[in-house]
Design a protein around this ligand. Structure first.
Ligand code: DNO
Length: 389
C-alpha cells in the first residue's frame, strides 16, 4: 500500500494554447498532457520535435506526463490496403516518444470524428457556459444539413418530429453554427469536411461494429511487441458520446466493450483512459462497476461530470455535480492508486467557461478557470477520502 496522491495533470495544447504553463502551475497541476497537434495524422512524430515540446514544458518546472493523443490514422481504423505503412509510422512515433521518456499514450478508435457536441456555450443558471449534446440538434444536422441517406431510421420518431419543428425556427447562421460545432475537431488539427465524412460513413457501413472491433484488435496486436519492449502503456479513450452517431459504429462505450478490448490483446500495455464524462453520458453505464471491471489496466483518468435528461441529451456539469457520483468514483480510484507503484495521472477534463474566461477566446472545454475549479474540487475530494495530507 502506498499513500501517494493521484498525479494532477492538465491538458496543454502547446505554445499556441491561450492557457500558459504558468497558469497551469498556479492551478496546482504538476503534470502536463500534451500532443504535437500540428503533425498530420499518420505521420511520424520526429524525436527532435518531441524533445523540443518536452524542453518547453520542463523549462517551466512541469513534467510531460501523458501524450494525448497519438492519433490513429483512418487507414488503420478501416484497415485499408495501405494500413501497414501507418502501423510502421505509429510504431516509429512510439519509439521516438519512448526515447524521450514518454510512456503513457492516449488514443481513441472513434471513426472519423473525435468527441461530438451540438452546442459549445450552453448557459448555466449562474451564467457560466458548458458544452452540450442534444439529439434533436444532432438530428437537424444529420437529416437536414448533412442529409445522410436513411438517417431517419436512426432516431426515435419524436426526435425526428422535434427536429423538423425546430428547423423551421432556425436562421441560416444558427444552422451554420450547428454544422461547425458537430464537425469541430481538436484545436490545431485539420477540420473534417462534409464530403470526407460522407465517404467515411460508406466505408464504415461495410466494416460494421464487429469489423471495427477486429481492426482495433489488429492494431493492438501490431503494436504489442513495440509497446512491451519500450514499457509503453496505451490507453484507449472511450467514445464520446458513448453511442453510435451518424451511422458510425462505436466499440468503446460500455463496460462490456472495454473488457472485450482488454481481452482482445490481453497484455499489460493494453490499457484504458477512464473518462467519467464520456462513459457517464451512457444511460446504462455504472461508473463504479465499470471501473472495478477494468481497474488494473486504467493508466489515465479523465474526471468530469455530465447531467443527462430523459432523452439522453446531456450537458457538462460541475465536476462534483451531475450524474456521476464523483465521491464513489474517487473512492475506488484512490483505492486502486494506493496499490500502484506509480501514481495514476488524472486531469480535470473540461470545465465551464466562467468568470474572466467568458471574455476570452478559449478552446471549448479547455478554458483555464473552470478546469482550475474542477482540479481544486477533485484534489480536495481525494484528500478528504484518503486523508493523505
Ligand atoms: C476531449 C478529449 C478527447 C480525447 C481523445 C483521445 O476533450 O477528451 O478529444 O483527447 O478522444 O484520443
Amino acid at each position: 500500500m502506498s499513500n501517494h496522491k493521484l498525479l494532477q495533470t492538465w491538458r496543454w495544447y502547446g505554445p499556441n494554447d491561450p492557457v500558459s504553463l504558468q497558469d497551469v502551475k498556479q492551478a496546482g497541476a504538476s503534470g502536463i498532457v500534451s500532443a504535437l497537434h500540428y503533425i498530420p495524422h499518420g505521420e511520424v512524430w520526429p524525436l527532435e520535435d518531441i524533445k523540443e515540446r518536452k524542453a518547453i514544458i520542463e523549462a517551466s518546472g512541469l513534467t510531460w506526463s501523458v501524450v494525448e493523443s497519438v492519433p490513429v490514422h483512418e487507414a488503420i481504423k478501416t484497415r485499408r490496403a495501405d494500413a501497414d505503412k501507418y502501423i510502421e509510422n505509429y510504431k516509429q512515433s512510439l519509439r521516438n516518444l519512448a526515447a524521450a521518456g514518454l510512456k503513457t499514450i492516449c488514443y481513441n478508435f472513434m471513426p472519423v470524428l473525435d468527441w461530438t457536441r451540438t452546442q459549445l456555450d450552453l448557459e448555466m443558471p449562474n451564467g457560466a457556459k458548458a458544452l452540450y449534446f442534444n439529439w434533436t440538434d444532432l438530428a437537424i444536422f444529420d437529416l437536414h444539413i448533412f442529409k445522410r441517406a436513411g438517417a431517419e431510421a436512426d432516431y426515435p420518431a419524436e426526435i425526428v418530429a422535434k427536429a423538423k419543428t425546430k428547423l423551421e425556427t432556425m436562421s441560416q447562421a444558427e444552422l451554420d453554427l450547428l454544422r461547425t460545432n458537430v464537425l469541430m475537431g481538436i484545436p490545431n488539427e485539420k477540420e473534417i469536411e462534409l464530403e470526407t465524412l460522407r465517404a467515411s460513413i460508406e466505408e464504415y457501413k461495410v466494416i460494421g461494429h464487429e469489423g471495427l472491433q477486429k481492426n482495433l484488435a489488429w492494431f493492438l496486436a501490431s503494436i504489442a511487441e513495440t509497446c512491451t519492449e519500450l514499457c509503453i502503456k496505451m490507453t484507449i479513450h472511450p467514445d464520446d458520446p458513448p453511442y453510435p452517431i451518424l451511422g458510425l459504429p462505436r466499440i468503446a462505450s460500455t463496460k462490456e466493450d472495454l473488457v472485450a478490448i482488454l481481452r482482445s490483446v490481453d497484455q499489460p500495455f493494453n490499457g484504458i483512459c477512464y473518462c467519467t464524462g464520456s462513459l457517464g453520458a451512457g444511460t446504462k453505464n455504472n461508473l463504479v462497476e465499470l471501473f472495478e471491471a477494468v481497474k488494473e489496466r486504467v493508466y489515465f483518468l479523465h474526471l468530469r461530470n455530465v447531467s443527462k435528461d430523459e432523452e439522453g441529451n446531456f450537458f457538462e456539469a460541475d465536476h462534483l455535480g451531475g450524474d456521476v457520483n464523483m465521491y464513489e468514483v474517487m473512492k475506488v480510484v484512490t483505492a486502486e492508486n494506493s496499490k500502484r507503484a506509480e501514481p495514476i495521472p488524472f486531469r480535470p477534463d473540461h470545465g465551464h467557461q466562467m468568470l474572466d474566461d467568458l471574455n476570452k477566446i478559449t478552446n471549448p472545454g479547455y478554458s483555464a478557470i473552470g478546469r482550475l475549479r474542477g482540479l481544486a474540487e477533485l484534489r480536495g475530494l481525494e484528500l478528504g477520502i484518503t486523508g493523505n495530507y
